[in-house]
Design a protein around this ligand. Structure first.
Ligand SMILES: [Fe+2]
Ligand SMILES: [Fe+2]
Length: 211
Protein backbone atom coordinates (compact mmCIF):
# COMPACT_ATOMS: atom_id res chain seq x y z
CA UNK A 1 0.00 0.00 0.00
CA UNK A 2 2.74 2.48 0.89
CA UNK A 3 4.32 1.99 -2.56
CA UNK A 4 1.00 2.74 -4.27
CA UNK A 5 0.52 5.83 -2.14
CA UNK A 6 4.05 7.08 -2.79
CA UNK A 7 3.51 6.62 -6.49
CA UNK A 8 0.26 8.55 -6.41
CA UNK A 9 1.82 11.39 -4.57
CA UNK A 10 4.60 11.75 -7.10
CA UNK A 11 2.34 11.53 -10.13
CA UNK A 12 -0.67 13.50 -8.94
CA UNK A 13 0.48 15.95 -6.32
CA UNK A 14 -1.01 18.97 -8.09
CA UNK A 15 -4.54 17.72 -8.39
CA UNK A 16 -4.39 16.20 -4.93
CA UNK A 17 -3.31 19.48 -3.34
CA UNK A 18 -6.06 21.48 -5.04
CA UNK A 19 -8.85 19.18 -3.88
CA UNK A 20 -7.65 18.20 -0.47
CA UNK A 21 -7.41 21.49 1.34
CA UNK A 22 -10.93 22.55 0.29
CA UNK A 23 -12.46 19.19 1.19
CA UNK A 24 -10.83 18.90 4.57
CA UNK A 25 -11.55 22.48 5.61
CA UNK A 26 -15.22 21.99 4.68
CA UNK A 27 -15.43 18.58 6.30
CA UNK A 28 -14.01 19.47 9.68
CA UNK A 29 -14.98 23.15 10.07
CA UNK A 30 -15.30 23.80 13.79
CA UNK A 31 -15.81 20.13 14.65
CA UNK A 32 -12.15 19.27 14.89
CA UNK A 33 -9.04 20.87 16.37
CA UNK A 34 -7.66 23.11 13.60
CA UNK A 35 -4.05 22.08 14.24
CA UNK A 36 -5.09 18.49 13.74
CA UNK A 37 -6.88 19.46 10.53
CA UNK A 38 -3.74 21.27 9.22
CA UNK A 39 -1.67 18.21 9.98
CA UNK A 40 -4.05 15.95 8.04
CA UNK A 41 -3.91 18.24 5.00
CA UNK A 42 -0.11 18.17 5.07
CA UNK A 43 -0.15 14.40 5.40
CA UNK A 44 -2.46 14.09 2.43
CA UNK A 45 0.17 15.81 0.34
CA UNK A 46 2.97 13.72 1.82
CA UNK A 47 1.39 10.46 3.02
CA UNK A 48 4.77 8.75 3.05
CA UNK A 49 5.81 11.13 5.86
CA UNK A 50 3.26 9.65 8.29
CA UNK A 51 4.72 9.47 11.76
CA UNK A 52 2.54 8.52 14.73
CA UNK A 53 4.69 10.74 16.96
CA UNK A 54 3.24 13.83 15.24
CA UNK A 55 -0.13 13.04 16.85
CA UNK A 56 1.23 12.87 20.38
CA UNK A 57 -0.27 16.21 21.39
CA UNK A 58 -3.89 15.34 20.58
CA UNK A 59 -6.19 13.71 23.07
CA UNK A 60 -8.14 10.50 22.62
CA UNK A 61 -11.43 12.37 22.15
CA UNK A 62 -10.01 14.29 19.16
CA UNK A 63 -8.77 11.11 17.49
CA UNK A 64 -12.14 9.42 18.10
CA UNK A 65 -13.90 12.42 16.57
CA UNK A 66 -11.66 12.29 13.50
CA UNK A 67 -12.35 8.57 12.99
CA UNK A 68 -16.12 9.04 13.30
CA UNK A 69 -16.30 12.11 11.04
CA UNK A 70 -14.25 10.41 8.33
CA UNK A 71 -16.23 7.15 8.55
CA UNK A 72 -19.40 9.07 7.71
CA UNK A 73 -17.58 11.05 5.06
CA UNK A 74 -16.40 7.94 3.21
CA UNK A 75 -19.85 6.34 3.23
CA UNK A 76 -21.97 9.45 2.62
CA UNK A 77 -19.76 11.45 0.24
CA UNK A 78 -16.81 9.59 -1.20
CA UNK A 79 -18.47 6.29 -2.14
CA UNK A 80 -21.52 7.96 -3.76
CA UNK A 81 -19.19 10.31 -5.68
CA UNK A 82 -17.27 7.35 -7.12
CA UNK A 83 -20.48 5.44 -7.82
CA UNK A 84 -21.86 8.42 -9.71
CA UNK A 85 -18.80 8.49 -11.98
CA UNK A 86 -19.05 4.73 -12.53
CA UNK A 87 -22.75 5.23 -13.38
CA UNK A 88 -21.87 7.91 -15.96
CA UNK A 89 -19.24 5.64 -17.42
CA UNK A 90 -21.73 2.81 -17.75
CA UNK A 91 -24.37 5.03 -19.37
CA UNK A 92 -22.09 6.86 -21.76
CA UNK A 93 -20.75 3.78 -23.45
CA UNK A 94 -21.74 0.21 -24.16
CA UNK A 95 -20.08 -1.45 -21.16
CA UNK A 96 -16.64 -2.62 -22.20
CA UNK A 97 -14.94 -5.50 -20.34
CA UNK A 98 -13.01 -2.87 -18.38
CA UNK A 99 -16.15 -1.07 -17.25
CA UNK A 100 -17.82 -4.35 -16.32
CA UNK A 101 -14.87 -5.35 -14.17
CA UNK A 102 -14.68 -1.94 -12.51
CA UNK A 103 -18.42 -2.10 -11.67
CA UNK A 104 -18.05 -5.60 -10.27
CA UNK A 105 -14.99 -4.93 -8.15
CA UNK A 106 -16.19 -1.60 -6.89
CA UNK A 107 -19.50 -3.05 -5.83
CA UNK A 108 -17.64 -5.72 -3.82
CA UNK A 109 -15.46 -3.00 -2.35
CA UNK A 110 -18.45 -0.90 -1.32
CA UNK A 111 -19.88 -3.81 0.69
CA UNK A 112 -16.50 -4.47 2.30
CA UNK A 113 -16.01 -0.85 3.34
CA UNK A 114 -19.53 -0.64 4.79
CA UNK A 115 -18.93 -3.80 6.84
CA UNK A 116 -15.49 -2.65 7.99
CA UNK A 117 -16.80 0.70 9.21
CA UNK A 118 -19.93 -0.73 10.83
CA UNK A 119 -17.83 -3.20 12.79
CA UNK A 120 -15.53 -0.43 14.06
CA UNK A 121 -18.39 1.91 14.92
CA UNK A 122 -20.35 -0.72 16.85
CA UNK A 123 -17.26 -2.26 18.41
CA UNK A 124 -14.15 -0.35 19.39
CA UNK A 125 -15.44 3.20 18.81
CA UNK A 126 -18.62 2.77 20.84
CA UNK A 127 -16.62 1.10 23.57
CA UNK A 128 -14.08 3.93 23.74
CA UNK A 129 -16.86 6.51 23.80
CA UNK A 130 -18.41 4.71 26.77
CA UNK A 131 -15.05 4.58 28.51
CA UNK A 132 -14.64 8.33 28.02
CA UNK A 133 -18.03 8.68 29.75
CA UNK A 134 -16.78 6.70 32.74
CA UNK A 135 -17.20 3.00 31.97
CA UNK A 136 -14.35 0.57 32.54
CA UNK A 137 -12.09 -0.26 29.61
CA UNK A 138 -12.06 -3.78 28.19
CA UNK A 139 -8.67 -4.71 26.74
CA UNK A 140 -10.05 -7.74 24.90
CA UNK A 141 -12.06 -5.40 22.63
CA UNK A 142 -8.81 -3.64 21.70
CA UNK A 143 -6.99 -6.93 21.15
CA UNK A 144 -9.83 -8.25 18.96
CA UNK A 145 -9.74 -5.07 16.91
CA UNK A 146 -6.00 -5.40 16.27
CA UNK A 147 -6.31 -9.09 15.44
CA UNK A 148 -9.12 -8.56 12.96
CA UNK A 149 -8.30 -5.16 11.51
CA UNK A 150 -7.78 -5.85 7.83
CA UNK A 151 -6.42 -4.04 4.84
CA UNK A 152 -9.41 -2.57 3.04
CA UNK A 153 -7.43 -1.10 0.19
CA UNK A 154 -6.43 -4.10 -1.90
CA UNK A 155 -9.57 -4.13 -4.08
CA UNK A 156 -9.23 -0.38 -4.64
CA UNK A 157 -5.60 -0.81 -5.64
CA UNK A 158 -6.71 -3.43 -8.13
CA UNK A 159 -9.51 -1.24 -9.57
CA UNK A 160 -7.05 1.60 -9.99
CA UNK A 161 -4.56 -0.66 -11.70
CA UNK A 162 -7.29 -1.70 -14.12
CA UNK A 163 -7.97 1.94 -14.89
CA UNK A 164 -4.36 2.88 -15.40
CA UNK A 165 -3.29 -0.10 -17.47
CA UNK A 166 -6.24 -0.23 -19.82
CA UNK A 167 -7.29 2.47 -22.15
CA UNK A 168 -10.81 3.60 -22.95
CA UNK A 169 -10.67 6.02 -25.83
CA UNK A 170 -14.17 7.47 -25.73
CA UNK A 171 -14.27 8.11 -22.03
CA UNK A 172 -10.80 9.17 -21.11
CA UNK A 173 -12.03 12.12 -19.06
CA UNK A 174 -14.37 9.93 -17.02
CA UNK A 175 -11.68 7.29 -16.54
CA UNK A 176 -9.28 9.97 -15.41
CA UNK A 177 -11.86 11.46 -13.02
CA UNK A 178 -12.67 8.04 -11.59
CA UNK A 179 -9.01 7.25 -11.15
CA UNK A 180 -8.46 10.56 -9.30
CA UNK A 181 -11.47 9.92 -7.03
CA UNK A 182 -10.24 6.43 -6.18
CA UNK A 183 -6.72 7.69 -5.51
CA UNK A 184 -8.03 10.31 -3.11
CA UNK A 185 -10.04 7.71 -1.23
CA UNK A 186 -7.01 5.42 -1.09
CA UNK A 187 -4.82 8.12 0.44
CA UNK A 188 -7.59 8.94 2.88
CA UNK A 189 -7.97 5.31 3.95
CA UNK A 190 -4.23 4.83 4.19
CA UNK A 191 -3.90 7.75 6.65
CA UNK A 192 -7.08 6.71 8.48
CA UNK A 193 -5.86 3.12 8.92
CA UNK A 194 -2.49 4.20 10.25
CA UNK A 195 -4.11 6.64 12.68
CA UNK A 196 -6.34 3.82 13.92
CA UNK A 197 -3.55 1.34 14.51
CA UNK A 198 -0.62 3.57 15.45
CA UNK A 199 -2.26 6.55 17.17
CA UNK A 200 -5.75 5.61 18.38
CA UNK A 201 -5.03 2.17 19.84
CA UNK A 202 -1.92 3.23 21.83
CA UNK A 203 -3.89 6.19 23.21
CA UNK A 204 -6.80 3.90 24.13
CA UNK A 205 -4.49 1.48 25.97
CA UNK A 206 -2.79 4.37 27.70
CA UNK A 207 -6.14 5.79 28.78
CA UNK A 208 -7.24 2.40 30.15
CA UNK A 209 -4.04 2.16 32.20
CA UNK A 210 -4.15 5.68 33.57
CA UNK A 211 -7.85 5.58 34.48
FE1 LIG B 1 -11.98 3.23 10.48
FE1 LIG C 1 -10.19 0.51 9.92
Amino acid sequence: MIAAVKNMYHTNSDRVSVLVEKRYRELFREDLDQGFCDQLIQLYLHPEAFDAKDFKGYDLKTILQYLRITHNYYLDSRLPEIEQTIGQLTLSNAPTPLVKRVVLFFSAYRTKLHQHIEKEEKGILNHVENVLRGENGDKTIVEDFLKEHDDIDSILTYVNELLSTEYLEQNMSLISLLSAQIELLMIDLYIHGRVEEEVFIPKVLNYFTEK
